[in-house]
Design a protein around this ligand. Structure first.
Ligand SMILES: Cc1cc2nc3c(=O)[nH]c(=O)nc-3n(C[C@H](O)[C@H](O)[C@H](O)COP(=O)(O)O)c2cc1C
Length: 201
């Protein structure tokens, strides 16, 4: 990201995202043909417009009248937040204002996984569930639904990466507790999955 950090009056820092592209990329059947997991990343960061479009494809708002999103979620809970570990800090996507809020001003990329390649990817997305949004009483069912909801978003990222020639891999091999601490998550949040994104090396 090269966009300047905009500080609000409250001291919270944001990166304003440019508008996402509304067309482009490979047609769907070609993207499905190219979808794969890639585990080697070049250091180059993602272009701002590509990052914005990736995030919109992942879980952006595609129906502004209702606030509904590009991925489905059980009972429209929309309980998954996208945290982005990038070289200059950890951000969380704010889909309504279409901006990233700075959460930790440190490079946490290597802390988002247990495999060596993780720290070299320019972007690591961490999918975090906000438990209080799941108004389902049965705990195993809540976990099941939130895992499913994450999977839809992750597949959107896979297909976007295939369509735009980017490298990505979903990652479940995580130390979720240590990662939640490093990310300063609160007691109502759970790390579900991570996904590295970048240019193939
Ligand atoms: C839920 C989930 C968790 C995964 N966790 C990891 C992981 O921790 N590390 C990793 O290198 N790959 C991980 N993968 C990627 C799989 O290993 C990969 O999808 C599988 O080998 C098939 O390869 P393909 O995606 O290229 O078809 C994960 C995939 C999924 C769907």
């Amino acid at each position: 990201m090269t966009h300047p950090i905009v500080s609000s009056d409250t001291g919270v820092e944001y990166l304003k995202l440019p508008p996402p592209m509304r067309d482009g990329g490979m047609p769907l059947l070609g993207a499905l043909q190219h979808r794969r997991s890639t585990r080697t990343f070049a250091p180059a960061s993602l272009d701002d417009v590509i990052l914005s479009t990736l995030l919109w494809a992942a879980f952006g708002i595609n129906r502004p009248d209702t606030g509904q999103r590009t991925a489905p979620s059980a009972r429209n809970w929309q309980e998954i937040d996208l945290y982005l570990a990038m070289p200059d800090g950890l951000y969380v996507l704010e889909p309504v204002d279409w901006r990233l809020r700075l959460v930790v001003g440190e490079d946490l990329r290597a802390a988002t996984g247990l495999q060596d390649y993780v720290g070299s990817a320019p972007l690591n997305i961490v999918y975090v569930s906000r438990l209080s949004k799941l108004d389902e009483t049965d705990k195993p069912l809540r976990q099941f639904y939130t895992a499913l909801d994450t999977g839809f978003i992750s597949q959107n990222v896979y297909l976007f990466c295939a369509a735009f020639g980017l490298a990505t891999v979903a990652r479940g091999l995580l130390d979720r507790r240590a990662l939640a601490r490093a990310m300063r998550l609160d007691a109502d949040q759970r790390v579900v999955l991570a996904q590295s994104v970048g240019h193939a090396a």
